[in-house]
Design a protein around this ligand. Structure first.
Ligand SMILES: Cc1ncc(COP(=O)(O)O)c(C=O)c1O
Ligand SMILES: Nc1c(O)cccc1C(=O)C[C@H](N)C(=O)O
Length: 428
């Protein structure tokens, strides 16, 4: 999103039909997770429905960062690598993320960006299946995943096949024996469609291929079971549903059974078996440590670590149930208030096929999202015509959802938005 909301007026859903207001009030009254909102510092008068792009500030982060800067860096100085656990932070934070994605400790490392982690994972997967020439990815995958698939394929002499998840089984039936890795996301970042991770993982494995999941839009939003499903590799960012802050470290999961043979393409000294031995040649560390590269962004790791405490004691099956309640309610509001005004929901109505966002198509998506931001409702748009609304069960209420839908109805009805498409280079 682009605009600083001013004035912030989003707390008003007064103009919404009373049946919707009563439903929102009832659903919020029954919400066993409502108290978790206090774990976030949400500005007054803002409805935050863009946590699928950048989560808001968790209350635990400012004191953790103050401590990291003033006591650890300011006073303990370089000794902090030992005394304050800086050296182990990528593994410690990796394990904390691992707990949210269903990974037992010792298989997840945090530190570099999702794009870098993807490069590592795709390259490592190709090296684990050297006799197979195909890399399968989703034509609708997030751009960085597609670009990196092309780059790794080019460097390793592979060919990329763009196969939508719904067509994977048929594709593997014909070409499966040639596929090294299937690289997918369980969630379509535009529409919010949720794919069947279990069935797709099994299909890849039945063909003898590896599977790499990009969990950016899933981790923290729904229960994940990477160990149970036998996932080979996974990556994800720290700044969406994990709310680790702008540019938060991303993570890489590699199943333990692959560690001994895991060849990482960026052989930085932090991944060395003996980083301070300063030896001439690279010897990979045992375990997931070999996926470390260079000095990690410690302050960002500590911010992410603090952010993850927002999940302490939280049952992700409850998070999922509330997220579905929020998105169902959003679809109902859309049906009653927005479809008559030219909005078309593109997110599946079937809850089993819906992740934690609702997307609506409208030819003036950009202007509408900007007008919403001016009224204190934060959402985003994805070109050419999608308005995206991400819900996070840790802090979103049904009233928030209704407020957003009611403002959008008013803006559309009044024509109170600029229909000009975004200029090239605009962050949307
Ligand atoms: C599925 C997915 N992968 C990767 C990224 C981004 O990668 P990076 O964190 O390197 O910018 C995003 C969003 O920005 C995404 O939605
Ligand atoms: N990572 C982002 C950024 O650095 C700037 C703006 C947006 C983003 C995003 O996360 C986009 C997001 N992955 C998406 O689903 O479209």
């Amino acid at each position: 999103m682009t605009t600083t909301p001013s004035p912030r007026t989003a707390s008003r859903a007064d103009g919404a039909p009373s049946a919707l207001r009563e439903s929102a009030a009832r659903l919020d009254a029954d919400d066993a997770l409502a108290h978790l909102r206090d774990r976030f510092l949400l500005p007054e008068g803002v409805v935050h429905l863009d946590g699928n792009s950048l989560g808001p500030l968790p209350a635990a982060v400012p004191p953790a960062l103050t401590d990291a800067v003033t006591r650890q860096w300011g006073t303990d100085l370089i000794g902090s690598w030992n005394t304050n656990g800086w050296w182990e932070a990528p593994l410690r934070v990796g394990d904390a993320v691992g707990a949210l994605i269903g990974a037992a400790p010792g298989q997840t490392v945090a530190g570099d960006s999702t794009s870098v982690q993807l490069y590592t994972a795709l390259s490592a997967a190709a090296a684990l299946r050297p006799d197979r020439p195909l890399l399968v990815t989703d034509p609708g995958h997030f751009p960085t995943d597609r670009y990196l698939a092309d780059a790794v394929a080019g460097q390793r002499g592979l060919q990329v096949r763009r196969v939508p998840p719904h067509d994977l089984a048929a594709f593997l039936g014909a070409e499966g024996h040639r596929v090294a890795v299937v690289s997918y996301s369980p969630v379509d970042f535009r529409t919010g469609e949720l794919y069947d991770m279990e069935a797709l993982t099994r299909a890849a494995h039945d063909a003898g291929a590896l599977v790499l999941w990009d969990l950016c839009h899933a981790a923290g939003a729904l229960p994940l079971r990477v160990d149970d499903l036998g996932v080979d590799l996974a990556v994800g960012c720290g700044y969406k549903f994990l709310s680790g802050g702008p540019g938060a470290p991303a993570y890489l999961y590699a199943a333990r059974r692959h560690h001994a043979a895991l060849e990482t393409p960026l052989t930085g000294w932090n991944g060395h078996a003996d980083p301070f031995g300063l030896s001439r040649d690279y010897t990979p560390a045992p375990g997931i440590s070999r996926a470390r590269i260079g000095t990690p962004p410690v302050l960002s790791l500590l911010a992410l670590e603090a952010a993850l405490t927002a999940f302490d004691g939280v049952d992700l099956t409850r998070v999922r149930a509330k997220s579905l309640s929020l998105t169902s309610f959003f679809l109902r509001c859309a049906d009653e208030l927005l479809t008559p005004l030219g909005f078309t929901p593109v997110t599946p109505a079937d809850p089993d096929r819906r992740a934690s966002q609702v997307a609506l198509s409208h030819p003036h998506a950009h202007g509408l999202v900007r007008a919403l931001a001016e009224r204190g409702v934060l959402a985003d748009m994805r070109a050419p015509d999608l308005l995206r609304f991400g819900v996070n069960a840790l802090y979103t209420s049904h009233r928030d959802v209704l407020t957003a839908a009611a403002h959008l109805r008013d803006i559309a009805r009044e024509g109170a938005y600029d229909p000009t498409p975004p200029a090239a280079g605009t962050v949307t």
